[in-house]
Design a protein around this ligand. Structure first.
Ligand code: PGA
Length: 251
């Protein structure tokens, strides 16, 4: 299984800025990208085409949309349909990110509906889970992760091609804080996630990639990516500069 080195650019970068960063990333990393790695960027909607153009000739580099709505088209002001993401050159969609859960108020049921809808619409989906600090302090990590996984993946077909769905474990307290989860915390959460994926999908659960996200940097990526059940990373802040993200991609 290829490791998925993913960047979440959140609400940063105009068209020109995105195009320049994507091109620099190709120049820095494309010729050195190991066979067993894939690179993925989630730019803002307005820059998806800029990044997909920059990646046109770069093998193993793809683009995704940070969100989408659960309809094909219609009177849904401000929303974007999966087929519009595909049309702009995106192959992936992102669901369940903690900022959509906790800032924009999306609940587990809606995230589950969105995850299944994206897959049936032809997107590959990166589905995020993760506990808040108070949930960790209360000893509820496994309870929270299991609930998010079971509800979020409820309508995903059991015969899914495991390459089309990935889970990103992103402890909320480690996102954008500079506080990376410890090795033991990552190992435990990823092993538990693997166990639940197997209980949902059977043997296929072994082939679903589990990414870690939360303050991944060039300095810690090498150690994290080598851990058991870590099949990639999802990077926010440190993905915005081509220099640091290329070091992460090649770590
Ligand atoms: P961070 O963000 O790398 O800035 O912590 C990760 C994310 O939000 O996916």
């Amino acid at each position: 299984m290829k490791k998925l080195m993913a960047a979440n650019w959140k609400m940063y970068k105009t068209w020109d800025e995105a195009r320049a960063t994507a091109q620099e990333l190709v120049d820095l990393a494309a010729s050195k990208l190991p066979e067993d790695r894939e690179v993925l960027i989630f730019p803002p909607f307005t820059a998806i085409r800029a990044v997909s153009d920059a990646f046109a000739d770069a093998d193993g580099f793809s683009v995704g949309g940070q969100d989408y709505y659960i309809k094909e088209e219609g009177a849904f002001t401000g929303e974007i349909a999966p087929r519009m993401l595909l049309d702009a050159g995106a192959e992936f969609g992102l669901t369940g990110h903690s900022e959509r859960r906790h800032v924009l108020g999306e609940n587990d049921e809606y995230i589950g509906e969105k995850t299944a809808y994206g897959l049936t619409s032809g997107l590959k989906v990166v589905f995020c889970i993760g506990e808040k600090i108070e949930e960790r302090k209360a000893g509820k990590v496994e309870e929270v992760l299991e609930h998010q996984l079971r509800v979020g993946l409820k309508d995903v077909p059991r015969d899914i091609n495991p390459e089309n769905i990935s889970v990103a474990y992103e402890p909320v307290w480690a996102i954008g804080t500079g506080e990376v989860a410890g090795v033991d915390e990552i190992l435990e959460a990823h092993a538990f996630t693997r166990k639940i994926l197997i209980s949902i999908f059977g043997e296929k659960g072994n082939d679903i990639r589990i990414l870690y996200g939360g303050s991944v940097k060039p300095a810690n990526c090498g150690e994290i990516i080598a851990l058991d059940n870590v099949d990639g990373v999802l990077v926010g802040g440190a993905s915005l500069q081509s220099e640091s993200f290329s070091q992460i991609v090649l770590a």
